[in-house]
Design a protein around this ligand. Sequence first.
Ligand code: G3H
Length: 330
Amino acid sequence: MPFYGGSELANVYDDALEKGFGLVASNIAEPNIMMGLMEGAARKNSDLLLQLSGGASTFAGNEDPVDGLKAMGAYIDTIADQYDIGVFLNMDHQTDLEFIEAQMDLEIPSSIMIDASHEPFEENVARSKEVVEMKEEKGADVLIEAELGQIKGVEDEIESEEAFYTDPEQAVEFVDRTGCDLLAISVGTQHGVAKGKDLELRPDLAADIRQALRDHGLDTPLVLHGSSGVQPDQLQRMLQHGICKVNKDTRYQYEYTRTAYDLYSEDPTNIVPPEGVDADRDTFFNDTDWSPNKDVFDPRVAGRNIRERIADVHAELTEVSGTAGQSRYA
Ligand code: G3H
């Protein structure tokens, strides 16, 4: 099934608000994680929301983010056709208006996050509003996510040493003035390697934000960033308060590298010569009897393991976040 635009994604968020589940927005930078995610989501009959950050687009495009989006967009579109679920793409933590405009013109993503959360309130409102107006002028079928508050930690090129929790009344003013479709809030999660046991999570604050918005007639889906370390019970508590999108990146990055590491460390001599053997890779080991093992070093071996592991991890996450069995587009 081809991947879908903003209108279809908005339908998924309507379901999410009604039924209390949250799409696990999963970051990718290359094809193996993407394919693992599709397999895991399809196994559980869950729609899938992929994410590409600015840095990931630049990486995938050999330093050109527009090329990265085109390349990954074509890849996602082609592989999504193999599955009977809805597949969506969010452009995560975008800051560059020129790149955002190109994203809308290419009509690839289903949603775009403008991240001006590090700016003072008025500047955040102005930049976020500019992106909403850009979408309206172009008639682009894309949802706009904006963020209020600041999440601690490092995500892609964005780093925050301090957290600023989102204020409910300010959230109302922000959504009202910007017209954003989704609101990312800061309620105690952290970007990067953070353990659930160390987080000062504030589901009560998420509830207050949700209530304040509803009191003003705003049914805006909320977004939780920095969810890699958040434990299942913590996540489920958050999902009770209008959080419909849960962002994970670091978890998949770790699973990718750990899976390759486990394979290569089972017997390192499949890759590198044993102690005492002086083998020269520039001659492709012409000067020794030792040879590396192609059954292990062929990148497709680690690649397949990575896809399987990511599929298992994501399948489990669809159970935790409640999207398992909920595909609207199956
Ligand atoms: O937008 C992406 C995230 O908020 C991911 O955070 O790397 O801590 O999972 P994470």
